[in-house]
Every structure is written in C-alpha cells, then in structure tokens.
Write a protein that binds this ligand. Structure first.
Ligand SMILES: [Zn+2]
Length: 225
C-alpha cells in the first residue's frame, strides 16, 4: 500500500495555460518556468486528474489483472495517484533527452520504474513528478504568460529509447518509446534491433526475464499508466 494522500480539488488546482490542464499552484508556476527555458510550451497530455477518473482507471486495471476485463493500463487509486494531487504530468517530451534534462533541472523526474529480470527499468517515460527541493529554479518568479509562445514541431524531434527484453524460452520483445513491449521474431526482430540501436545512439540495452513466457498482453502491461 502506498502512503495515503489527499487529493486536490479541481477548484484548488490552477490552469497551466494553453489548454494543458491543471496542477497545484506551485507546480503550475514551475511548468511556466520550464516553458521559458524550453523556448516553447512543454507538451502535456494530462496533468491534474479527477478522483473519479483515477478510480475508474484503477477499477479497469484491476479487472484486467483479474482476467475479467480487457487490457487496461497500470493505474493507482485516487488517494495514491500523484496526478490527483496536481503534482504529476504526462508528457511526450519525456522521450526527448534534451527536454528531460531541463525538466530535471526544474525538479521534475521520472518516477515509474518496474523490476524486470532483476533490473530497475523505466517503464513510463512520459510520467514526471516534481520534487520542489530538487528544483534549481524554485526561488525564481513565475513568468507571467505563455500565451504568445508557439509550438514548433521542428523542435519536437523525439529522442527515442528502446530496450530489448528476452526470456528463457528465446522470446524477444522490443520495448519502444511508447513504453509498450512488442514480441518480434526473425527478420522483423533483426530489423528492429538495427533500428533501435541507431535510434538509441549505438546501444541496445537488454533485459533478461528468467523463467518467463509472455504474451502480447503481458508485455503491454509493463508499459502504460
Ligand atoms: Zn502519469
């Protein structure tokens, strides 16, 4: 069980700006400083989440685990979800190492890891939580507005990250930038290994699962929230 946390009410969360949802005020101010240092708006898919949505996600995840429902992403109940506290963002910029460096400088860090084959593997590259004590800019003012900032797709080139996963039975899978694992064989596997190695900048980390045999649904499960 996680530590019980109170959720943040909608009216106590503040707008981040540019239709990117809401966060606790201190965290929203931090995102505006991130926008400033990034020179554009940080991509945010989801920030504050309602308790109703979180509990609904959690119920679907439990049904999936119990085998009584379709595949559902990893989810926590509202009282354990940092999204519900207004302290987490999901961002596709999490795949871009240059942006991750800026986020880290502002106290936003990846937090969702799983132990896979004895290794601590980052499974949610899109999920960040803010640790104010690690924010090097926390004493700076809040930039007034991001309204004039425009999104430049040229600057949104993703730095991709792949991890190869294999089990004792010779099954191979590639966990891609979306955090989802895909089982591959033969030429498709060899092609994916080449592409992933280049995309990673010359390396392809491998995780060995011992005694496991998995199907596509199992692999997908270590991806998403
Ligand atoms: Zn998240």
């Amino acid at each position: 069980m996680g530590v019980l946390m109170s959720v943040l009410a909608f009216e106590d969360a503040v707008e981040i700006g540019a239709n990117r949802g809401r966060l606790a005020a201190d965290h929203a101010a931090s995102i505006r400083r991130v926008d400033r240092d990034l020179g554009r708006l940080l991509d945010i898919n989801e920030a504050w989440r309602s308790p109703e949505t979180a509990d609904d996600n959690y119920r679907r995840y439990q049904e999936y685990l119990a085998g009584t429902g379709p595949w559902a992403p990893i989810a926590l109940p509202a009282d354990e979800s940092v999204h519900c506290k207004g302290g987490a963002v999901d961002s596709d910029d999490g795949y871009n190492p240059d942006v991750v460096r800026i986020l880290n400088d502002h106290g936003w860090y990846h937090t969702v890891y799983r132990w896979i084959g004895g290794k601590r593997v980052l499974v949610e590259q899109w999920h960040f939580e803010r640790f104010p004590a690690r924010d090097n800019h926390r004493h700076e003012g809040d930039p007034a507005s991001v309204g004039a900032t425009t999104f430049d797709p040229e600057e949104d080139e993703m730095g991709t990250k792949y991890v190869q996963v294999k089990d004792d039975r010779g099954n191979f899978a590639m966990v891609g930038p979306d955090g989802v694992g895909r089982i591959l064989t033969g030429a498709a596997l060899r092609g994916a290994q080449k592409i992933a190695t280049v995309a990673n900048g010359g390396s392809l980390p491998e995780v060995q699962l011992s005694g496991e045999e998995w199907d596509a649904a199992t692999l997908e499960a270590f991806g998403k929230e």
